[in-house]
Design a binder for this molecule. Structure first.
Ligand SMILES: Nc1ncnc2c1ncn2[C@@H]1O[C@H](COP(=O)(O)OP(=O)(O)OP(=O)(O)O)[C@@H](O)[C@H]1O
Ligand SMILES: [Mg+2]
Length: 334
């Protein structure tokens, strides 16, 4: 069981408060992703849950038991970091066994857990190698293996894949999702990566300056962002946020239109603009459009597939009115 509850948790470093009172409920078996700009407190929050930092005030409970004062080892949680500190002189097997050796788990039980973790992570053939003889992705799998054998109540991941190249990240992302399906253990995962957040999470927690801006499923946040901040943060490329006359005609201070909700035509439409950059990905084309009369920011438009346009072309754009977001002068969803 891995239900984690944070109640009025705050954290200050000296005079500086980085987490104002924060409440959060994480259900057993849930995959929760923390996202937010650099410095917003994602790692701090994870470290508070892990017990690597003490809360300044408030309470953390795990499965209904107060864990606020417990040492990290007593919380039954396992943390995996971006930099997987493996012991270079030890084999993969010994690296994975290390936390069990510390916990004085009997040898035969250690062997059983190592074999199971190695199988789950495709490391069976690498158990006798040393970390230096592995790829980055394999090393990260060893670090995850070391977390798995502790059979934790919950896994805490702090940007575990950000050191890996793009292709490996995709592979590891799927492996972690599969692992979650199989173990059904609570996972809390910090990332900067939009795609990771959207695809992995049951629940996304959007943080800004230590404060929770919104909690919801990926599609809740995509369809109904509570404010302009969440609207601009969730989704890639970012939602276009337009102020001025175009917004006023919808009785809003700001309107938001996602790049994929704007239709493009060479002959007719609502707004006209000039393409400054067109990015042709094959599967999609991203257009960055200026001189559109809607403000200083370029508009981003996403067109499925390939369209024959280039820098300097004038195009027409029509937003899908049904999928337009409206925000008031305080940036709140209307
Ligand atoms: N030990 C510390 N002493 C003082 N300030 C700290 C300490 N650890 C973190 N902070 C501050 O707390 C704030 C939150 O930091 P944190 O590392 O949690 O951010 P983050 O969201 O994980 O950022 P990133 O995405 O860059 O990893 C930052 O302003 C940071 O400077
Ligand atoms: Mg961090």
């Amino acid at each position: 069981m891995g239900r984690i509850t944070l109640e009025k948790v705050t954290k200050s470093f000296g005079e500086v408060n980085v987490i104002p009172p924060l409440d959060l409920e994480i259900n057993d078996g849930e995959f929760v992703v923390f996202v937010g700009p650099s410095g917003c407190g994602k790692s701090t929050l994870l470290r508070l849950i892990a017990g690597l930092e003490d809360v300044t005030s408030g309470a953390i409970s795990i499965d209904g038991t107060d864990a606020t004062g417990l040492a990290p080892a007593q919380r039954g949680l396992a943390m995996v970091f971006q930099s997987y500190a493996l012991y270079p002189h030890m084999s993969v097997r010994k690296n994975i066994a290390f936390p069990m050796k510390m916990a004085k788990i009997p040898e035969d039980e250690q062997k059983r857990r190592i074999d199971a973790a190695a199988k789950a992570l495709n490391l069976t053939d690498y158990l006798d190698r040393r970390p230096g003889q592995l790829s980055g992705g394999q090393r990260q799998r060893v670090a995850i293996g070391r977390a798995i054998v502790r059979e934790p109540q919950a896994f805490l991941f702090d940007e575990p894949l950000s050191n890996l190249d793009a292709a490996l990240r995709v592979g590891m992302r799927l492996e972690i999702m599969e692992l979650h399906e199989r173990l059904a253990t609570t996972m809390i995962y910090v990332t900067h990566d939009q795609v990771e957040a959207m695809t992995m999470a049951d629940k996304i927690v959007v943080l800004r300056a230590g404060h929770i801006e919104q909690v919801g499923s990926p599609l809740d946040l995509y369809h109904s962002p509570r404010n302009e901040f969440v609207a601009g943060f969730i989704g890639s490329p970012k939602m276009n946020l337009i102020k001025g006359e175009a917004a006023q005609s919808h009785n809003a201070a700001t309107i938001g239109v996602r790049p994929e909700h704007i239709a493009v035509s060479t002959t007719e439409g609502l707004w006209q603009g000039t393409i400054s950059v067109s990015e042709h990905l094959g599967s999609d084309t991203f257009l960055h459009v200026h001189e559109h009369g809607l403000g200083d920011e370029p508009l981003t438009v996403r067109v499925g597939g390939e369209i024959p346009v280039k820098h300097g072309d004038r195009i027409w754009m029509t937003p899908d009115q049904e999928r337009m977001h409206r925000f008031d002068k305080n940036g709140l969803r209307m």
